[in-house]
Design a protein around this ligand. Structure first.
Ligand SMILES: Cc1ncc(COP(=O)(O)O)c(C=O)c1O
Length: 362
C-alpha cells in the first residue's frame, strides 16, 4: 500500500478495533502514527520509553494497560529492537495483540523486526532504509489477518496519472539531489514548502495525511520495490559497517550517551544523546554535515510547539523520559549514501564539539 500508516490503519480495522478502543504506543514517534489511530477514533495512549533503549518501557506499558486496550504498538526506534521481548511477553500475558512499527527498520528475516507480533508495518518512503519506490508493507503472522488485509488493500484507490508522475519526479529528485551535503538545504526547502510540516486543524490533517494518501501501489512502485529488495544484503552490510565503526569511535567520547543497541544491527541512524543538541545541530548545518533531529525537540515528530502535542492526544509531562530524550537525541547517518569520509567528518565534528562542551564545563 501507499504508506506504512495505511497498513497500520488497515491492521487496526482488521483486528476489529472500534471507536473508543485504546492502543498503547511510544510518544517518540511520527505524527502520522497517532493520526492513523485517530482516523478510526481509536485513542492513542502513550507509555513512556526507556532512556537506555529508546523503545517502550515495559513497566510504563503495564501501567497504561486497561480494559479498553486493544493493541500495543511497539516501535523499533531508529531500527533498534532492544527491549521487544519484554513487551511481547507482556502483551501475550495480557492477551493483547502486539503490532510492530518497523517503519525505521530494514527487513532482516527470522527473529528480526516484524517477527514478534501478530502484525507489523515497514515504511518504504524515500527517506527510509528500504526506499522501495515509496510505499509501505504490512507483514502478518496469521492467515485470516492476511486475507482481511488483502481484501482491504483491494478496496484502496488506484493512483491517477498525475499522482504517478509526481511519485516518479519525487523519486528522481531524491536519487539525483539527495546527498549528505545537500541534506540541510533540502530539509529547509521541505520545511518551507512541504504540507507535512504545516499545521492545520486535526480533521484536515487526518484527511490529508491518512485518508487522501491511501492508495494501492503502482506497477512502477512494485518494480522499484523489487530492485531494492534485491539490494537488501548490500544495504544491510553498509549500515552494519557504519554502526560498528561508529560504536567503536563513540565509545571514546564520554560526553555522548549511547543507548543500548545491538552493534550488529543495520540501524536507520546511529542514536546518541547530547546535552547540547541544538548547538551541535547548528554546527552540523553550518558545515553541511548530515545529522538528524528526529524528533525535533518534543516527542512527536515534527512537532515544535508544545501546544500542538495535544492534538495527537499527548499531554505534556506524561512521559518524562521521552521528553528528555527528545531534547537530546541526534542521529548519525548509516545509509548507502554515507561514505567513510562523510562518517569521519561527522565524527570529527562530534569530537570537536565534545572539547567545546568540556571546555565550557571547566
Ligand atoms: C516511527 C515511524 N512510524 C511510522 C512512520 C510512517 O511511515 P509512512 O510514512 O510510510 O506512513 C514513520 C515515518 O514517517 C516513522 O518514522
Amino acid at each position: 500500500m501507499s504508506y506504512a500508516r495505511t497498513g497500520l490503519r488497515m491492521i487496526l480495522q482488521a483486528l476489529g478495533l472500534k471507536p473508543g478502543d485504546e492502543v498503547v504506543l511510544s510518544p517518540l514517534t511520527c505524527k502520522v502514527v497517532p493520526l492513523a489511530l485517530l482516523s478510526l477514533d481509536v485513542r492513542p495512549v502513550y507509555a513512556d520509553i526507556s532512556r537506555e533503549t529508546l523503545n517502550l518501557d515495559p513497566e510504563s506499558v503495564e501501567e497504561a494497560i486497561c480494559a479498553r486496550t486493544k493493541a500495543i504498538l511497539f516501535q523499533h526506534t531508529y531500527g533498534s529492537s532492544t527491549g521487544i521481548e519484554a513487551v511481547a511477553n507482556l502483551a501475550s500475558r495480557h492477551g493483547i495483540p502486539l503490532i510492530e512499527d518497523c517503519a525505521q527498520c530494514l527487513p532482516s528475516g527470522s527473529g528480526g523486526p516484524g517477527t514478534h507480533g501478530i502484525a507489523a508495518v515497514f515504511s518504504n518512503n524515500l527517506r527510509k532504509p528500504l526506499p522501495a519506490g515509496a510505499g509501505g508493507i504490512a507483514v502478518v503472522s496469521e492467515d485470516w489477518l492476511a486475507a482481511e488485509l488483502v481484501k482491504a488493500r483491494d478496496t484502496l484507490r488506484v493512483r491517477g496519472g498525475l499522482s504517478r508522475l509526481f511519485l516518479r519526479v519525487e523519486a528522481a529528485a531524491h536519487k539525483y539531489l539527495l546527498k549528505p551535503e545537500t541534506y540541510w538545504s533540502l530539509l529547509g526547502l521541505k520545511k518551507r514548502f512541504g504540507v507535512f510540516y504545516r499545521s492545520c486543524p486535526l480533521e484536515a490533517e487526518i484527511r490529508k495525511e491518512i485518508m487522501d494518501s491511501a492508495f494501492q501501489i503502482s506497477r512502477h512502485q512494485v518494480r522499484a520495490g523489487l530492485m531494492w529488495i534485491d539490494a537488501l544484503d548490500e544495504l544491510r552490510s553498509v549500515r552494519r559497517q557504519h554502526v560498528r565503526t561508529l560504536a567503536i569511535e563513540l565509545s571514546h567520547m564520554p560526553s555522548y550517551e549511547i543507548p543500548e543497541i545491538d552493534s550488529d544491527a543495520a540501524l536507520y541512524y546511529f542514536p546518541i544523546l547530547s546535552k547540547s543538541k541544538e548547538r551541535l545541530l547548528r554546527a552540523a548545518e553550518a558545515k553541511r554535515i548530515e545529522l538528524i533531529a528526529w524528533p525535533v525537540d518534543l516527542p512527536i515528530y515534527p512537532v515544535e510547539d508544545p501546544k500542538d502535542l495535544e492534538r495527537y492526544a499527548y499531554k505534556s509531562g506524561c512521559c518524562p523520559q521521552a521528553e528528555e530524550v527528545a531534547r537530546s537525541l541526534i542521529g548519525i547517518p548509516t545509509d548507502q549514501l554515507t561514505t567513510a569520509r562523510h562518517r569521519e567528518r561527522a565524527l570529527a565534528l562530534l569530537r570537536e564539539h565534545e572539547t567545546v562542551c568540556q571546555d565550557s564545563v571547566d
